[in-house]
Write a protein that binds this ligand. Structure first.
Ligand code: IMP
Ligand code: MG
Length: 174
């Protein structure tokens, strides 16, 4: 890890703050009454906490944990469910809150298992998307920023569990 350090700032705190607020308002507009957010741990924790602060009115939340990356920057394509939900989704307007869509494999898996639980609607909010890396066709209704193919850290995103604390998004380069 010593030879991998975040350098270039891709998205500043101010840019993220502005965009997250816009996403929150858009989600609230689409679901003015019932709204249930499901954040994907651990990467989405900071996005969720900022997002939910800008959603006024009734909203509930739950957490799921999945693992798709081993130590490193390449996807294994294998998704494991590490923590399931505490409550049912029956009849709820559910929005998955995810940090980043890369190949799309993780999100596709999540959407499949959550759709099977009969939510009234199911949508997805991702802070970041790397469209050039997509391996499967997965629908994302709310995207914060589309970025080029860089491995990024900060604002919840990690490399080997480090850098989640950065308040901005930085590119991790060798
Ligand atoms: P996917 O299944 O390939 O779409 O990968 C999704 C998951 O991989 C994300 O939820 C992240 O946890 C992780 N991931 C993908 N790209 C990055 C990155 O650039 N930085 C940090 N984590 C990433
Ligand atoms: Mg994630």
């Amino acid at each position: 890890m010593a030879d991998l350090r975040p350098n270039e700032i891709l998205l500043t705190e101010a840019q993220i703050r502005q965009r997250v607020r816009e996403l929150a308002e858009e989600i609230r507009r689409d679901f003015p009454d019932d709204l249930h957010l499901i954040a994907v741990l651990k990467g989405a924790f900071m996005f969720l906490s900022d997002l939910i602060r800008h959603i006024s009115g009734p909203v509930s939340l739950d957490f799921m944990a999945v693992s798709s990356y081993a130590k490193g920057t390449t996807s294994s394509g294998e998704v494991r469910l590490l923590k399931d939900l505490d409550t049912t989704l029956d009849g709820r307007n559910v929005v998955i809150v995810e940090d980043i869509v890369d190949t799309g494999l993780t999100l596709l898996y999540l959407q499949e298992i959550l759709r099977a639980r009969n939510p009234r609607s199911l949508r997805t909010a991702c802070l970041l998307s790397k469209p050039s890396r997509r391996q499967v066709n997965v629908k994302v209704e709310y995207t914060g920023f589309s970025i080029d193919d860089h491995f990024v850290v900060g604002y919840g995103l990690d490399f080997a569990e480090q850098y989640r604390n950065l308040p901005h998004i930085a590119v991790l380069e060798p």
